[in-house]
Design a binder for this molecule. Structure first.
Ligand code: G6P
Ligand code: ZN
Length: 610
């Protein structure tokens, strides 16, 4: 251990005296490690990769260096730390605390038990503390819906003071730093923080010149408090109290369990039996904590559905819950189900937007002003925006692209708030935080249901009734997504290049009964800061509005995942009740043919269909 002064930056102003004791700063020699480039949502790699020192240390130090480079003073305000509870969450938190203290951070908040859901982290950053203590940022330890455990995945992402994921200019800087790093700083003698008990630990330098406070805070208070200001909890309570209404919420052993208990049991008075898999586990119970028809198996079965979203013949004559929902590992995703009925995420965001006035947050602000969806998400939301005559945006995949739109006013642009956005990948949310929010989506649906079911004497209006009514008004966007996981990066890129080379011949061509209006690659110019994101997905657009879209996932940890998104719009009242796989089969075949996916990757069938 060397004297602190030697490694301190001027801005940190560490006196030499404090070089002794728990705040002594050690500079540990290190070297760049390949592949630390954050993807769609942070850095995700096998847990074993993260556990090999100094993998995590390098990334965290590179983040601090990037923050310094962009003018963030980490000695002021608070650093928030928490995660989805997956394996290595606890150890990673202690490592980050030591590195943060050595980089000049003076105050940290850690979610109790080391837990923080992604939306709750965003809420704590935005809501907690007096101005002088407000969080300047947060490390969220999560690989979202990727499985957890020693042989699965771990992840880390940094969120900024607006509560949203670091913008690309920051993540690029972090990545550059990981490629040149030669040492990281750490207060190696910093005592292990007990994250079980709420309360503060103050660690003083031996000389008394500096102190660092680590405060273990409630993981749920800010988020639940914020949700209570958005929704009418008493109206939802009345819905839950109806004899003919029942609810089943599956936390999939991710971080949502404590939040689900706080909201449904403590606030809304529901019986705890409505919660399943509500104890966070470090391997998510061995499951794949991703709320979709394939992975949320138990919930899907309990709701009387097959894994294709059709009515399960075995459920015939049985009573199933009126409303079912699930969350992913870090609780930002959601799946909404009714009695034997699946709501696609693309429909879900469109319906919430159309019914936004059922929610006090929107109504009190004079109604919804802006909506956005990611490019591969279906056009159902576009139709609602058009009818409501409000601002509409189509962004690349990745929640971070919504952040600038939500902050537009603060960034000197137009005010699009209140704002709703969503993605086909089971993410829905609003500008109450800067992340998608699984609990928000569920409470939004319950608010809509509560509004349709105010009269307890009237027959229950179901989730299915509401969706069908929406289709009757706007038409139906049939939608499906095929995922091919674990494809070699080389063949996936070859397939994308193959399509790129054919844009010109396909545009205007007639093929297998489809007329292709245009084939291109999506590029996005951020309307707020003018930044450009290119190569954001290949689109084959038909003249009747149908689409086939191809992207390579940015969230995997090994190899490549190809996503093929298929959409067909139907306005004809007689054609609103088709089986989606049948309505879409022609487009699927065309997509496979044009991309030569099977030939170029050797993959006959998708790994998952959502
Ligand atoms: C994360 C992001 C989303 C994104 C999803 C799928 O959940 O927050 O914004 O839609 O990943 O991304 P991918 O690149 O795997 O398709
Ligand atoms: Zn997630």
């Amino acid at each position: 251990v060397l004297p602190a002064g030697e490694y301190a930056d001027a801005s940190v102003d560490l006196s030499e005296a404090e070089g002794l004791g728990a705040l002594a700063v050690t500079s540990v020699p290190s070297a760049p490690i390949d592949g630390q480039k954050p993807g769609t949502s942070g850095l995700r790699k096998p847990t074993k990769t993260f556990m090999k020192d100094p993998y995590l240390h390098n990334f965290v130090q590179s983040t601090f260096d990037a923050l310094k480079g962009t003018g963030t003073d980490v000695t002021q305000g608070t650093l928030l730390i928490g995660g989805d509870g997956r394996y290595f969450n606890d150890k990673a938190i202690q490592i980050i605390i030591k590195i943060a203290a050595a980089n000049g951070v003076t105050r940290m908040w850690v979610g109790q038990d080391g837990l923080l859901s992604t939306p709750a982290a965003s809420a704590v950053i935005r809501e907690r503390g007096p101005e002088s203590q407000k969080a300047f940022g947060c490390f969220i330890l999560t690989a979202s819906h990727n499985p957890g455990g020693p042989d699965e995945d771990f992840g880390i992402k940094y969120n900024c003071e607006n509560g949203g994921p670091a913008p690309e200019k920051l993540t690029n800087l972090i990545y550059e730093n990981t490629r040149t790093i030669s040492s990281y700083k750490s207060c190696e003698a910093f005592p292990e923080v007990d994250v079980k008990a709420i309360g503060a630990t103050e660690v003083k330098a031996a000389g008394g010149a500096r102190s660092v406070t680590v405060d273990v805070v409630s993981a749920t208070d800010e988020h639940v408090g914020l949700l209570k200001t958005i929704f009418d909890f008493s109206a939802i309570k009345a819905l839950l109290a109806r004899e003919d209404f029942s609810l089943l919420y599956d936390s999939m052993h991710g971080v949502q369990g404590p939040y689900a208990k706080a909201v449904f049991v403590d606030e809304l008075g529901a019986d705890p039996s409505c919660l399943s898999n509500a104890t966070p586990k470090d391997d998510f119970g061995g499951g794949h904590a991703d709320p979709n028809l394939t992975y949320a198996k138990d919930l899907v079965k309990a709701m009387g559905l097959t894994n294709k979203g059709a009515k399960d013949p075995e459920s015939e004559g049985k009573k199933v819950p009126s409303f079912g929902a699930a969350a992913d590992g870090d609780a930002d995703r959601n799946m909404i189900l009714g009695d034997r009925f699946f709501v696609t995420p693309s429909d879900s965001v469109a319906i919430i937007a159309a019914q936004a006035n059922c929610i006090p947050y929107f109504k009190s602000k004079g109604g919804l002003k802006g909506v956005a969806r990611s490019m591969p998400t279906s056009g159902a939301l576009d139709l609602v925006a058009k009818k409501m005559n409000i601002n509409f945006f189509e962004t690349p995949t990745g929640w971070k692209f919504f952040g600038n739109l939500m902050d537009s006013k603060e960034l000197g642009g137009q005010d699009f708030s209140p704002f709703i956005c969503g993605e086909e990948s089971f993410g829905t949310g609003s500008d109450h935080v800067r992340e998608k929010d699984g609990m928000w989506a569920v409470l939004a649906w319950l608010s809509i249901l509560a509004d349709f079911n105010k009269d307890p004497a009237q027959k229950l209006v179901t989730v299915e009734d509401i969706v069908r009514q929406h289709w009757a008004t706007y038409g139906r966007n049939y939608y499906t997504r095929y995922d091919y996981e674990g494809v070699s990066a080389e063949s996936a890129n070859k397939m994308m290049d193959h399509m790129r080379s054919h844009f010109a011949d396909w545009t205007g061509a007639e093929m297998d009964g489809f007329s292709i209006a245009k084939a291109d690659e999506f590029e996005y110019k951020d309307p707020v800061d003018g930044s450009i994101a290119s190569r954001q997905g290949i689109r084959i657009l038909m003249s009747d509005g149908s689409r086939v879209v191809f992207r390579l996932s940015g969230t995997g940890s090994v190899g490549a995942t190809i996503r093929m998104y298929i959409e067909k719009y139907e306005k004809d009242a007689d054609k609103l009740d088709q089986v989606p796989s049948e309505a879409l089969s022609g487009l699927v075949a065309l997509g496979l043919k044009l991309s030569q996916l099977r030939e170029l990757t050797g993959r006959e069938n998708p790994t998952v269909i959502t």
